[in-house]
Design a protein around this ligand. Structure first.
Ligand SMILES: Nc1ncnc2c1ncn2[C@@H]1O[C@H](COP(=O)(O)O)[C@@H](OP(=O)(O)O)[C@H]1O
Ligand SMILES: [Mg+2]
Length: 261
């Protein structure tokens, strides 16, 4: 399962493989974000300080530990050299920026994923305010569902309109929260059973969470059932489904019939 965040920043694990490095990077940036949250800033200033501090730290650490690799970050310029590389780190230094700026909310995350030769191969999602990091270094085990009715995680600030119909069809309930990573990990943690999103998102919002979800044995796809593809020229990746495998058929069938616009 996830690792407890230590109180003090831990040094890079010696000779770390990509999985362990992803976990350490996400945890380390999360530690930095907890410090930024203590600096007395509010609102826009806090959001900007968090985005910037986590991005700069991740860029510095990736340049130190994986100097030959390309990086795609939400907060950086998109260097298209990544399209010619076989190793690309896809990072969202602070996912759920809005919730980060509303302490003591816990629903924000740091995402670090590695794309290699066509697909995601490693990933980590740190939930700094919860004190846990979930990663492919130590694939999480999803507990059996603790609820009888499926719980569907949706965006707190922009829940897609189609989710009411989907939830009614499943006989379930919606659970609103911030951050794409926090919502994906809510499925891993058995806080919810599915996360369904459409209407807008980018590769960095889902890459690391999807890598962890796949390692945990969850179902992941685009909302039309097609595969999620990363390190594309256009990094807009507007929709996804992450769910317990036993729910995927019903969710996809409902959406195919009723649409998601
Ligand atoms: N319609 C949309 N268009 C673009 N990005 C979206 C979006 N809906 C959600 N996102 C992004 O997905 C992440 C989770 O959103 P939400 O909390 O609403 O579920 C946020 O990332 P950031 O916080 O990294 O910007 C948010 O910007
Ligand atoms: Mg994001």
């Amino acid at each position: 399962m996830g690792e407890r965040c230590p109180l003090r920043r831990r040094p890079a694990p010696a000779g770390a493989d990509d999985h362990a490095l992803a976990a350490w990077l996400a945890e380390t940036a999360g530690h930095r974000l907890l410090q930024v949250r203590e600096e007395g800033l509010e609102g826009r200033e806090l959001k900007d300080a968090g985005d910037r501090a986590a991005h700069e730290l991740l860029m510095e650490l990736l340049a130190e530990h994986r100097p030959g690799d390309a990086v795609l970050s939400e907060e950086g310029k998109d260097d298209k050299v990544r399209l010619e590389r076989d190793r690309v780190w896809i990072v969202d230094p602070l996912d759920g920026t809005r919730e980060f700026s509303e302490p003591p909310r816990e629903d924000w995350a740091v995402h670090v994923a590695l794309w290699q030769d066509g697909d995601l191969t490693a990933g980590a999602v740190a939930l700094p305010a919860v004190g846990r990091t979930y990663s492919t270094a130590d694939a999480p085990v999803v507990p059996p569902a603790s609820a009888e009715r499926p719980r569907i995680a949706v965006s707190r600030s922009r829940p897609p309109a189609f989710t009411d119909g989907l939830v009614a069809a499943l006989g379930g309930e919606t659970v609103a929260m911030g951050s794409a990573g926090f919502k994906v990990i809510s499925v891993v943690r058995d806080v919810t059973d599915a996360y369904v999103h459409a209407g807008g998102q980018y590769e960095w919002d889902s890459a690391a969470p999807v890598a962890v979800a796949r390692a945990a044995g969850l179902f992941t796809s685009r909302i039309d059932g097609s595969p999620l593809r990363y390190n594309q020229d256009d990094v807009y990746l507007p929709d996804l489904i992450v769910c317990r495998p036993e729910l995927s058929e019903q969710i996809l069938a409902h959406l195919a019939e009723h649409g998601w616009e």
